[in-house]
Design a protein around this ligand. Structure first.
Ligand SMILES: Nc1ncnc2c1ncn2[C@@H]1O[C@H](COP(=O)(O)OP(=O)(O)O)[C@@H](O)[C@H]1O
Ligand SMILES: CC(=O)OP(=O)(O)O
Ligand SMILES: [Mg+2]
Length: 416
């Protein structure tokens, strides 16, 4: 890896010809994922150039990896200019990599923003007023929203000429019924927005669309599992979300990489009486729990699979159990399951996890084909059910950025 300034250096990547494009951005607290989507006459195509800037936390070792389709990823360290933050340096490198000589003309930047609250049930063009509302939602998604908005602000500064669009993880779940959204709290809380929103909506929208084209049974009852660093399930009926495991925040539901998932509120009262502050509890639930907390080894499923520590096995068993348990709940909401879909880093790649979850769902009529399951590596859409399975089982590599890019183009067309 070399430490050349990417603004002045040639990142050795090749580009498929692309005249106009949308840049999709997913800005996290320590990383920034991006992908460039070609805009055709009436369709947003598959990602061309894509990449990841990492080590953007204060004191981190910032680097950027850029990948063209069919080529290996090229990684290089980022050199900070005077007064520049790692995030700004990453942004500069992203823009330089995308808008190289002969590169596409960018029409918009589509930002994944996790929380739209009760304000937005669809993507929106960002202006100062929108940004102020999105800022007010930061306490509801402290791990994601501030970082998402840092990305928005940085791109607005760097490219004020480009329309910036916010695409929400919550929007896909706006169709869930009142009983799904409501907490059993006094009614006034619901009116104030204390209710269940759900997340990973861009991923569920993408996967639902792919499955709708792949199988006629996707028009019925689908149980989708997005299992990555963040993890959730979504029950989709006739293409619309009817229930999901995340709620008011991205803490609810399944166990995750560093997040606890659902936890009895009594535990929080217990901690508060023992003197824990809100900040300490937030850190515990968002950053120190989940696979990391239970295993004491790692938040990364690959590391846990390779580990011989008892904690690693314990964490995997609990993760699996929680997925199975919530699959039971959501299959009840659906009244049965026609299609089960796996996505996210773990869902797309972890053969053993899929096998164990599917074995536990045998009572629903789920049977997988062991060889097909072993072959499904997340590089392409794959059916993994056995011929006698009552439920179709699919592995779908997700692409949240493409949904965001499509929404951005739809907004631009609508504004014309
Ligand atoms: N081959 C694999 N086997 C098991 N888990 C994997 C594999 N590849 C990636 N993962 C897991 O996927 C998770 C990250 O998922 P991903 O969807 O990429 O996360 P993010 O939410 O950051 O986008 C990590 O726990 C990682 O270990
Ligand atoms: C909402 C959420 O949990 O997102 P991620 O999986 O990217 O952490
Ligand atoms: Mg993700």
């Amino acid at each position: 890896m070399n430490a050349r300034d990417p603004q002045t250096s040639d990142i050795a990547v090749t580009h498929a010809p692309m005249r106009q494009a949308v840049l999709s951005v997913n800005a996290g607290s320590s990383s920034l994922k991006f992908a460039v989507y070609p805009v055709g006459a009436d369709e947003v195509g598959e990602a061309g150039l894509s990449g990841l800037a990492e080590g953007l936390e204060p004191g981190g070792q910032p680097s950027i990896s850029v990948k063209s389709p069919g080529a290996a990823s090229v990684k290089q360290a980022l050199t900070l200019r005077e007064g520049e933050t790692p995030f700004d340096a990453a942004l500069r490198a992203v823009i330089a990599a995308v808008e190289h000589d002969g590169g596409p003309r960018l029409l918009a930047v589509a930002h994944r923003v996790v929380h739209g609250g009760s304000h937005y049930a669809a993507s929106v063009l960002i202006d100062d007023a929108v940004l102020a509302i999105l800022d007010s939602l930061c306490p509801l998604a402290p791990l994601h929203q501030p970082a998402n908005l840092t990305g928005v602000r940085a791109f607005r500064r760097a490219r004020p000429d480009l329309p910036q669009v916010a695409c929400f993880d919550t929007a896909f779940h706006a169709t869930t019924p009142d009983v799904e959204q409501r907490f059993a709290l006094p009614d006034s809380f619901n009116d104030e927005g204390v209710r269940r929103y759900g997340f990973h909506g861009l991923s569920y929208q993408y996967v639902s669309g792919v499955l709708a084209r792949a199988t006629p049974r996707a028009g019925g009852r689908m149980l989708l599992a997005h299992l990555g660093n963040g993890a959730s399930l979504c029950a989709v009926r006739e293409g619309r979300s009817i229930a999901t495991t995340m709620g008011f925040s991205a803490l609810d539901g399944l166990m995750m990489g560093t997040r606890s998932g659902a936890i009895d509120a009594g535990v929080l009262l217990h901690l508060m009486r023992a003197g824990w502050t809100a900040a300490a509890i937030e850190k515990l639930l968002y950053k120190q729990s989940g696979l990391l907390g239970v295993s004491g080894v790692s938040a990364d499923m690959r590391t846990l699979r390779a580990s011989t520590e008892a904690g690693a096995a314990r964490a995997i068993a609990l993760f699996t159990y929680r997925v199975v348990r919530e699959c039971g709940a959501l299959s009840a909401c659906l009244g049965g399951v026609d299609v089960l879909g796996f996505t996210g880093g773990i869902g797309e790649h972890d053969v053993a996890l899929r096998a164990d979850v599917c074995a536990a769902l045998g009572h629903l009529g789920v049977r997988i084909d062991a060889a097909a399951n072993r072959c499904a590596d997340g590089s392409t859409v794959a059916a993994i059910h056995a011929a006698d399975s009552a439920v179709e089982v699919w592995v779908v590599p997700t692409d949240e950025g493409r949904v965001a890019a499509r929404d951005a183009m739809a907004l631009l067309h609508a504004g014309r």
